[in-house]
Design a protein around this ligand. Structure first.
Ligand code: CP
Ligand code: NVA
Length: 322
């Protein structure tokens, strides 16, 4: 794989995204083949927002690969306030072999990657959630046997999860429809990128305010919370605006009879999805959550397997003076 970091699905070629998915599926099938691959290596987990799946899957994943993790809570680092992004990067690169970071502004992960000599993994920003998209498409691939040509409808907020879903769908040749209320569409640059890449892969990216048009004949329906982490103050206002976009039995009934239901979780049952849908036999949300583990093991392996497990930041000049 060419990039040293996993910051965005956009940074990779379609072939590279497929390779990640192939590796993830191999790791899931034969986990014992990989138990020593990251022996002695440490991944720092920087969280500026809460998490269940991301924390557990990276933590368990690196341990299963023979390495260690180090959880750094928002209170411990206080990124950019107690200490600058630059100084955090330059400290951590001396002691660990990779950093996963969940933060607010996307430019923080970009800057971290620019400053640190070790791999940086985006564990969610306000703009994107690339690790989630890998698990999402892995799940679809496992069940449907393909992604190219499928209609995937994302219904809800045009947020970080929607962006990464659009990017990966474009890479893999899917027909991604995104239905949001007016003014909650995905960012224009994300739409533009997905449409351009889709034109190269046979995929499409269609943005609409009509949830029924999106759901009609879909192979999979996806939704996410209406108010993301950091938008809690808007939750009540959004609840009214987004109500017509709830994925309930009626809307899900517009999709194909064998359509899947996906959700990155956590879900707000009764808001963006009803129990009838999320608990239905066609809901694959827990398989999707499990696939975070396998797909992120693939990402960690690709980024961290090569290179020393000790003193990664020591420069030649420093060695001379020892
Ligand atoms: N889907 C996901 O990223 O879950 P967490 O916020 O619990 O990590
Ligand atoms: N859009 C959600 C995803 C959580 C995994 C958020 O950012 O809070």
């Amino acid at each position: 794989m060419t990039p040293n970091d996993f910051l965005s699905i956009k940074d990779f070629s379609p072939q590279q995204i497929r390779s990640f998915l192939d590796l993830a599926r191999h790791i899931k099938a034969r986990p014992d083949d990989y138990v020593q691959k990251l022996k002695g290596k440490t991944l720092a987990l920087i969280f500026e927002k809460p998490s269940l799946r991301t924390r557990v899957s990276f933590d368990v994943g690196i341990h299963q690969l023979g390495g260690f993790s180090l959880y750094l809570s928002p209170a411990e680092i206080n990124l950019g306030k107690r200490e600058s992004v630059y100084d955090v990067a330059k400290n951590l690169e001396r002691m660990v072999q990779g950093i996963m970071i969940r933060t607010f502004a996307h430019e923080i992960v970009d800057r971290m990657a620019e400053y640190a000599s070790i791999p940086i993994i985006n564990g969610l920003t306000d703009y994107s959630h690339p690790c989630q998209a890998m698990a999402d498409y892995m799940t679809i691939l496992e069940i449907k046997g393909k992604v190219a040509g499928l209609k995937l409808a994302y219904i809800g907020d045009g947020n970080n999860v929607a962006h990464s879903l659009m990017f990966a769908g474009a890479q893999l040749g899917a027909h991604v429809w995104v239905a949001t209320p007016p003014n909650y569409e995905p960012k224009a640059d994300a739409i533009h990128w997905a449409q351009k890449r889709g034109a190269e892969t046979g995929g499409t990216c269609t943005i609409t305010n009509d949830p029924v048009a999106a759901a009609q004949g879909a192979d999979a329906i996806y939704t996410d919370v209406w108010a993301s982490m950091g938008q809690e103050a808007e939750a009540e206002k959004r609840r009214k605006i987004f109500r017509p976009y709830q994925v309930n039995g009626v809307l899900f009934g517009r999709a194909k009879p064998d359509a899947l239901f996906l959700h990155c979780l956590p879900a707000h049952r009764g808001d963006e999805v009803t129990n009838e849908v999320i608990d239905s036999p066609r809901s694959v949300v827990f398989q999707e959550a499990e696939n975070r583990l396998h797909s992120q093991k693939a990402i960690m392996l690709e980024l961290m397997e090569h290179g020393s497990a000790t003193t990664p930041g020591v420069t030649a000049a420093e060695s001379v003076h020892v």
